[in-house]
Structures are given as structure tokens and as C-alpha cells.
Write a new protein. Sequence first.
Length: 353
Amino acid sequence: MIFRQLFDAGSSTYTYILGDAESGEALVIDPVLEHWQRDGAMLRELGLRAIVALETHVHADHVTGASCLKWEFGGAIGIAANSGAEGADLWLEHGGRVAFGDRHVEVRATPGHTRGCLTFVLDDRSLALTGDCLLIRGTGRTDFQQGNAREMFRSIRDQILSLPEGCLLFPAHDYRGLTSSSVDEERRLNPRVHALVQEDDFVGHMANLNLPHPKLLDVAVPANLRLGRPAGEELPSRGPTWAPLRFTVSGIWEIEPDALAERRAALHIVDVREADEFSGPLGHIGGARLIPLDQLLARAAELKDGMPIVTVCRSGARSAQAAVLLQKAGVRDVANLAGGMLRWSAGSLPVEH
């Protein structure tokens, strides 16, 4: 099984990928709209496709990327049947299962933060994704969106802390840089729900948190009730249309050598190697402009004529950094040549010396 934990710094949200390597099927749990292309790139790089995007609940601090992942991979969206959302493909209830390849997650209803909160437990009970119900050394809040402290206490004790003590717990959020815990740790060390805490203790604690509402509450909740699909608008673009490009987990677009060869007359090709490499054994692409990487920012104004830019180096490493630097300098249409001159030459594409 493939497991990845991804992070959105803006909302301190964790997104999870559970994948079956043999079948290539994967679940994506709690995707964030701003990172749907990153998540898609991660899936493709791992040889996976998202067959279901799962929501642990209707979020109030970010807009979900579920609809974008469905658009990209053609999969389904699953959320609690009593969440109040509309447009899902899978309406999930306690005791249900969501399969990916030969594996599955068990659906456990864990209301309290919201009425429709779910926890997803892997089939062998080695890990559980607890959403905003149980956090690391804490819990989700219960003061809005049908929150109920008594329900949350019972959800945590009966549905999460009843799992095997070695079961790893992965929450939807953490604000202190913590990534995971375990049932045993939270039973002993969570100050809100450890073994000596009684229900009335917990309810009293939650009633006096006095937290401000999330900044995106008025935007995120309506959007998430639509599962992230804009009201009356098209979904975001898949990306640039000037060439067939691939987005990478490193945050840049890449172009394959054959695609560059077909379009090079309409592109700025910027070779960021040193001069001796440019004229060396690997040669260079016809029409390429030599701007060594350490000169690139100082000479970026030379490239701002509206033509898309492809950066090139020996292997694709330096040119990937060049693409990042140009993006930061405000160049919108820029991509890296995947594999650099090594792959260009391996494809027997023409070079000059």
C-alpha cells in the first residue's frame, strides 16, 4: 500500500493519499482546492489514479479540491449522508466501506465537530484518519456547524480510542507541526480525553474555549456544501494551453522533448548551462539562447516579449530551478525541459554545436 501525507500551510490542513500499487487505485482524503494540481501530480508520479475523493466533513477553513480531482481523474466524491452537501457520488454511513484495489477503509461516524463527521479506518486497523474529531493532543471544536461536545466525547471514546493501541492516528489538521499519533498515546496523553477525563469534564472544557470563527467560514462552508464546485462557474483550468505540459510535485510545469521539438519555433528556449557546456559534446537546441543560471534574474527582462519560455540544462535539474526563478520574477508561461539535453539527445533530436 502507498500512503502519503500532504500539507496546506494556509489552513494547516492535511490531505492523505491511500493507494494500491498493483491496481493503481487510490483514495484522496480531504483535498484542498489550491493544491489539486499538486495532488494530481503526486498521484501520477506514483502511478496512481484517484477513484474516490473522500471528505471527513464539510470544512470551514478551506475549500475542497474534490470536484477538481473528479474532473481530472473521473472518479467519485464521497461524504457523509447526513452532511447536508449536494452532488456527491457516494453517500457514506457508519459501517460502510470504500475500496481501492484489494484494500478498503471502514467508515465510522464520529459526529461532534459537525453532524456529518467521519473517521476512515484502514482495513487492518493499522491507521485511522480522524478528520476534525480527534486531533493530536487535542480535539476539534464543537461551537458551530451542528457541533455537540457530548457527541464528540462519545465518538472519540467509542469509535477512535476503541481501536487497537498501536493504530496510528492522522488528523485533518495540526497547528504545531505534529504529523501523527497513536491510540495508545492519545489514551494516555491527550489532556481533553485521556482515561481520567469524564464526559462532563470534556463538555465544560469545550464550552469555554472562546475561539474566533475561521476566517474563511462564510466562503468555505457554502462552497464545500457544493463539494468545491464553483456556483455557476467553470472549474479551474487544467493549465497552460501553449503546449502539452505536465505539472510536477515540485510545483513547475514540464514539457517532453518531442513536444518541444514540434513547437520550438514559437517558444523562447533558454539554456541555463555554462558556455563551455553549450558548445560542448551534447551541443544545444537550435535557436536556444544561452543565459547561465547565475545570470538569469539579471537578464530576465530580455525574455518578456509574450512568448512562452522553456528552460534547458544538461539533466533538467538546473533548468527546473530556472523555471522557479522565472516564476518568482513574474513570468507566467514557463516550463522545464524534462530530462534536459540528455533526454533530448537520447531521442535523436537535432542539436547544434
